[in-house]
Structures are given as C-alpha cells and as structure tokens.
Design a protein around this ligand. Structure first.
Ligand SMILES: Cc1cc2nc3c(=O)[nH]c(=O)nc-3n(C[C@H](O)[C@H](O)[C@H](O)COP(=O)(O)O)c2cc1C
Length: 266
C-alpha cells in the first residue's frame, strides 16, 4: 500500500491519544477501511499489524506511573515485529503510526500503549509466528466527545501534549536554511506521539537528508518502553510531510544511537 500522504498529513496535528471511548460500535465502512490498512500497510519486512475485534478493556493494566487505564474501546490493533530484526522497533513504530493516522482520518480514535497491557493475554489473541513479539497495541473506537476529568488527569491537564521546540532537537543547519520539505517534515515530527511524551529523538540535518537519532542525555531513568519505537513514529511523520509536498526519499537504517536517515530522491 502506498502512503496516502495528504490523507495522513491532514490529521497529524489533530490526533490525540484518547483513553475513554463511547458505546458506539465502529461503522462497517470504518471497520473495513482500518482492517484493510492493517493488512496492506506493510512498509517493512519485520513489522505487521493484527486487528483484534474484541473489546480490550481487560487487556489494559490498571494505573501504572502517569497512566490510568483505557476504557470502552470496541477493538484493538497489535503491532507485531520480528524480534531478531535489528531495526524492528523503528519499523514497528513507523508502520503503527501509519495505521494510527489512517484510523484518525477514518474518524476512529487511538492511543499507543507500549507497556501497560497484559502481554500473555494479547499474545493469546494474536497468532504470533516464531521470533515475533507484540511491541505495542492501540485501542480502536470512537472517543467520548469531550475529555472527562479522569482523562484530563491522565494527560496531565495538557502537559502530556506539550512538545519540545525544534531548536532543542535539531542540529546541523540553521532554521533559515531549511528547505520547505525539511521545515514541514520537522514540524510534523515534532508533534509525533511518544511514550510518556518524552520525545526521545534528535534530528541531524544536512541539505538533502534528516538523520533521526535517539536522544539519551536528558532521560533520568531507563524505561522499558523503547525509544527507537518512538523514533520510528517520528520517521513516519517526516516521510508523510515530505511526500505531501512532492518530495520522496529513501530510509537507511543506522546503528545505535543513530536510528535512520531519510535522504531525498533526486
Ligand atoms: C510507544 C508509546 C507508548 C505509549 N504507552 C502508553 C501507555 O502505556 N498508556 C497510555 O495511556 N498512553 C501511552 N502512550 C501515549 C503517550 O502518553 C502520548 O502519545 C503522549 O503523551 C503525547 O500525547 P498525544 O498522543 O495526545 O499527542 C504511549 C505512546 C507511545 C508513542
């Protein structure tokens, strides 16, 4: 499946993680669309998505750290990867975010969940092949219209949605030198979702490329959730924003702390 750049780009800014869903079942055409995207958006060999049409309330663990639990969704998607592949986390992040953006464009809501799910239960609902692992899941459904008090607590009354400025996360070129595609790609990457909103990425720039790397310095503690997966999410945003203005590129995967380099096609 080719990336529907304008469809996904349009919802990058609007998307929010949602944790309270209402009673409506997804409409047939919405279900059909999201199932088809799960089947067909397979940009990399190591990652695939599995749509599970069961209400997942009991799949989510209770309150852990900053997170409350997620309630009322009607289905979930498991983001699965081959744990032996060296770029598995970034590839799962990139693929999963494509599906998250397509869901948003289909009027369905989502929330990446990296650690706070019952792994054995999810594994039993997903037909895992040898060496495969579920890296994250997302609930699928229609979110309640407004954030209720509980959900506002879970988002830290907006804190969990604040983002670092690009001057903190970019190196190599001055803002005034950025070509248009780069500016749009970086702005899209800046607002990508990440586990506990830690935005664990750095963008190293030269005229024809953006290199995504893991930013380790400011982390106070190692989290069990992978920073590379979040970098994969930012990569998808870079790609979509560039394509939306007619610029395509190639991804080259790098060794840690590098993640991947997007070089524009000439
Ligand atoms: C890899 C990953 C794992 C996440 N895990 C959880 C989780 O376990 N529980 C949860 O409620 N939110 C989880 N989130 C959602 C983040 O908290 C959220 O994306 C971030 O605070 C930014 O907010 P926004 O998505 O509304 O822009 C996760 C996000 C990512 C990308």
């Amino acid at each position: 499946m080719d990336i529907p750049a304008s469809r996904w780009y349009k919802v990058i800014e609007k998307r929010r993680s949602r944790r309270r869903y209402d009673e409506r079942l997804p409409k047939d055409n919405h279900l059909k669309r999201i199932k088809s995207v799960c089947e067909n958006f397979r940009p990399f060999e190591s990652a695939r998505s599995v749509f599970v049409q069961e209400p997942p309330d009991n799949v989510f663990k209770g309150i852990i750290g900053a997170y409350g639990t997620i309630k009322g969704a009607k289905a979930f998607i498991a983001f699965v990867g081959n744990s032996r592949h060296p770029a598995v986390e970034e590839q799962v992040g990139y693929m999963g975010e494509g599906i998250v953006l397509d869901a948003e464009a289909t009027s369905l809501n989502t929330c990446w969940v990296g650690g706070t799910f019952k792994r054995e239960l999810v594994d039993s609902l997903v037909d895992l092949q040898k060496n495969e692992r579920v890296y994250a899941i997302t609930p699928i459904g229609y979110a309640q219209k407004r954030l209720n008090f509980e959900e506002r607590i879970m988002t830290g009354f907006g804190l969990m949605h604040r983002r670092k400025s690009l001057s903190e996360t970019t190196r190599g070129m001055k803002k005034s030198q950025w070509p248009k595609w780069m500016k749009l790609s970086l702005e899209a990457a800046r607002i990508a979702p990440s586990a506990v909103n830690r935005q664990p990425w750095m963008f190293l720039l030269d005229e024809n490329s953006i290199t995504v790397a893991v930013n380790d310095k400011k982390l106070r503690r190692e989290s069990t959730m992978s920073k590379r997966l979040c970098c994969g999410i930012a990569m998808l945003h870079i790609d979509v924003a560039a394509r939306n203005v007619g610029v395509t590129g190639k991804w080259e995967f790098l060794k840690p702390p590098g993640v991947a380099r997007f070089s524009v096609n000439h």
